[in-house]
Design a protein around this ligand. Structure first.
Ligand code: DNO
Length: 344
């Protein structure tokens, strides 16, 4: 297991120096942030991330994300050229020493939350999800401000995009996924990179848009589309775990050798399709984090792991879910569990 930590580049209030001070973290997880989805990343930009990390004693082995443009998910006439660009990014990242690329295939919206700062009794705050609140928002009417949200959409642009998805059923999305994987996975194989799809968060369809990376059956189907080790998973416990029907430990044992990247975090359910994010330890939430780490250890997981969203604690202000302190505590907790298991 290789412990990593996400960094959002030069604009991130969390610095590389701070990350380098967290024990056990050996690589950052980052991306080129100034090229729109679909573009090719310059070799210079990629090398800059690697060199800045190296100057702090950190590797740059994981990218999150190379975003998949909507035209690829829609499978329209622009898709083939964009898939070529995607492959070029994989080759360039491989040349720069990257070993794992996290991406998702969620139409339009990335991860969704209804609240960015739900206060807790101890004075901390965290992200929360309440399906009723989310469904009461009209994305096409504007005013939606969500953590994974691409702020560059105009109201008209978004409306037009949602319209294009009206004809995209789940089966069509599966077909477009297959076309993408058949092109990309052999390139990843040649580049020494494992592709790691991120599950949909939350793992069910929303606003009438299809979502397919959601549960055990669909993950099994996904892995068979191109049955190669480079076609791997990001096992995100908070995303998959938001559906209590997902048996995370069983899934780890079933898909063990295909898990390239683990995002480990805890959530607490407060009702149906209602939860908020909590500190990483098992006792703080509804997921058995210790059991999850044990299952990964039993599977001899040798991929990358990162603490996932943290709460805002100790007065920290910053990017929702991605402050320094609580994620650093998470890294320590996860590394501690791992060390104990290694030495048991
Ligand atoms: C949220 C993240 C996601 C993830 C993308 C991967 O915190 O886990 O935004 O990076 O879905 O493409």
């Amino acid at each position: 297991m290789k412990m990593t930590f996400r960094h959002y580049g030069p604009g991130d209030p969390v610095t590389l120096q701070q990350i380098s001070q967290i024990p056990t973290v050996r690589s950052i997880v980052s991306a080129v942030y100034d090229v729109p989805a679909g573009g090719v990343w310059s070799r210079e930009s990629i090398a800059r991330i690697r060199d800045d990390a190296a100057a702090h004693g950190l590797a740059f082995e994981v990218v999150e994300s190379v975003p998949v443009p909507e035209d690829i998910k829609l499978g329209n006439e622009k898709a083939p050229a964009l898939i070529d660009n995607y492959c070029e990014n994989i080759r360039r990242l491989g040349e720069a020493g990257v070993k794992c690329i996290c991406y998702n295939f969620m139409p339009v919206f990335d991860w969704l939350r209804s609240e960015l700062k739900r206060p807790a009794a101890d004075g901390s705050n965290s992200l929360a999800y309440d399906e009723q609140t989310v469904l009461s928002m009209d994305p096409a009417a504007g005013g939606l401000s969500l953590p994974g949200w691409d702020e560059s959409y105009t109201k008209e642009g978004l409306r037009a995009l949602l319209k294009q998805y009206e004809s995209v059923t789940e089966e069509k999305l599966w077909r477009n996924m297959q076309t993408f994987l058949e092109a990309v996975i052999p390139v990843a194989h040649g580049a020494g990179i494992r592709m790691a799809i991120h599950p949909d968060d939350p793992p069910w369809g929303i606003f009438g848009l299809p979502r397919i990376i959601t549960n055990e059956e669909n993950l099994a189907r996904f892995l068979k589309l191109v049955d190669m080790p480079e076609n791997g998973l990001t096992f995100c416990t908070g995303s998959l775990g938001a559906d209590p029907n997902n048996d995370l430990i069983r899934m780890i044992h079933r898909f063990g050798d295909r898990i390239a990247f683990a995002h480990v975090r805890n959530i607490k359910f407060t009702g149906e399709k209602q939860f908020h994010e909590v500190a990483h330890p098992t006792a703080c939430g509804s997921l058995d984090i210790c059991g999850i780490v044990r299952a990964l250890h039993e599977e001899k997981f040798d991929g990358y792991m990162r603490p996932d969203h943290g709460r805002m604690i100790w007065g920290e202000e910053g990017r929702p879910g991605y402050g320094l302190y609580d994620r650093a505590l998470g890294a320590m907790y996860l590394s501690g569990l791992w060390e104990a298991m290694e030495n048991a």
